[in-house]
Design a protein around this ligand. Structure first.
Ligand code: FES
Length: 83
């Protein structure tokens, strides 16, 4: 597996365990060194993180390839990528 050259990213989803009431900020600019989470790197871009507050304990599948049409969530697009 190769990554996009930016730390933390991968060509498959991240399974992230979240808790009810928990708020997480997911990187939408692709510059985070701690993908898929926001590390503030978007200040150099015109993008903002997707901030989500969850209402139940669950596992969410967060896009790691940055190509999903439903970011921050995986939509299966990674399965169509060549690397
Ligand atoms: S990791 Fe699945 S669409 Fe990006």
């Amino acid at each position: 597996m190769s990554d996009s050259g930016t730390g933390g990213w991968q060509n498959e989803p991240f399974a992230v365990e979240v808790k009810a009431g928990e708020t997480r900020a997911f990187c939408m600019c692709g510059q985070s060194k701690t993908g898929p989470f926001c590390d503030g790197s978007h200040v150099t871009t015109d993008k903002l993180p997707e901030v989500v507050t969850f209402d139940e304990d669950k596992t969410v599948y967060i896009c790691g390839c940055q190509q999903s049409g439903n970011r921050p969530y995986c939509d299966g697009t990674h399965m169509t990528l060549s690397d």
